[in-house]
Design a protein around this ligand. Structure first.
Ligand SMILES: Nc1ncnc2c1ncn2[C@@H]1O[C@H](COP(=O)(O)OP(=O)(O)O)[C@@H](O)[C@H]1O
Ligand SMILES: [Mg+2]
Length: 290
């Protein structure tokens, strides 16, 4: 039986307005969502739809106004559990520069476990393991501010992994990176999920990145609009367009070719799948002529 690591039950949240002003509207409005251990879930949504707030509600940075968030069954509103909750769900944010605290890579990665009171010998192992997991071990003595954006973000992820969370929530970790940096970070996240079994909640505005998740959740105006496999969600091109989102480039191209009579399957979402389907078509054609 699968277990839920994260449960949102009818969660509402709004930020405080300045004194004497009317209350701000809910930016997470009656959201219910469960994430199972080991899942890789992408979260999409236009700017301001509530994604970052959802991320901050998932490890008690923010507490619901009503409803409940449970992390391994622990209520994030229960302050006595906040240490365990933050050890279970680690959060990585958009700007790696705001997440780097030390002047040497390995010291930066050690910062989190040191704060947790992990014994020094154990910290050594955790830091080395975490740096290897993100492919930054060879840079352990480097200065973080001299690294590329993708490398810095991988160091920030290593800092989270060194705390050995069961779940990583990543809030647009690739948004400020160049294509090379994005690819490095995506490969790292995928490896943590597939090889180390880490649960991943991955907020992004790149459709191509979301297409590789097990499941895609789409937020719109503080609510969950769609929740399903990438195939299910990206079939709904009109709904996505209405809320300011697109389908992945490869899916769009495939759909245009289908409308011209080229038989490309509707399941094609990524560039790789697209290339494979074209390859298959060409092979069939070669066989038909031989
Ligand atoms: N600290 C804050 N104080 C007041 N309003 C905020 C704050 N942070 C976000 N908001 C508002 O809450 C809504 C949701 O924001 P956010 O969760 O950051 O959305 P997203 O990450 O999808 O862009 C937006 O309308 C945003 O302006
Ligand atoms: Mg955001």
């Amino acid at each position: 039986m699968s277990e839920n690591i994260l449960e949102f039950h009818n969660v509402c949240f709004r930020y405080d307005a300045d004194e004497n002003e009317a209350k701000l509207p809910f930016c997470v409005d009656d959201v219910s969502l469960t994430i199972q251990k080991g899942e890789f879930v992408a979260v999409l949504g236009a700017n301001g739809s509530g994604k970052s707030t959802l991320a901050k509600l998932s490890n008690s940075i923010l507490i619901p106004e009503s409803g409940k968030v449970l992390v391994n069954g622990m209520d994030t509103a229960d302050e006595s559990r906040s240490y365990d909750i933050r050890c279970t769900v680690g959060a990585v944010f958009q700007n790696p520069d705001n997440q780097i605290v030390a002047s040497i890579v390995e010291e930066d990665v050690a910062f989190g476990p040191e704060n947790l009171g992990v014994p020094p010998e154990e910290i050594r192992t955790r830091v080395d393991d975490a740096l290897r997991a993100v492919g930054m071990y060879d840079y352990r003595f480097h200065e973080p501010h001299k690294l590329s954006g993708g490398q810095k973000q991988r160091v920030a992820i290593a800092g989270m992994i060194a705390m050995r969370p069961e779940c990583l929530v990543l809030d647009e970790p690739t948004a400020m990176l160049d294509p090379q940096g994005r690819a490095e970070v995506m490969a790292t996240i995928r490896k943590l999920n597939r090889e180390m079994g880490m649960t991943v909640v991955f907020i992004t505005h790149f459709m191509e990145e979301a297409a590789t998740a097990d499941r895609v959740v789409v937020m719109d105006h503080a609510k969950i609009l769609l929740d399903g496999t990438p195939q299910d969600v990206f079939q709904k091109a009109d709904t996505l367009k209405r809320v300011g989102l697109d389908v992945p480039m490869a899916a769009q191209l495939a759909s245009e070719l289908r409308s011209q009579g080229v038989p490309i399957p509707k399941t094609v979402l990524t560039a790789e799948e697209f290339a494979d389907s074209i390859h298959n078509l060409l092979e069939k054609k070669t066989h038909a002529h031989s």
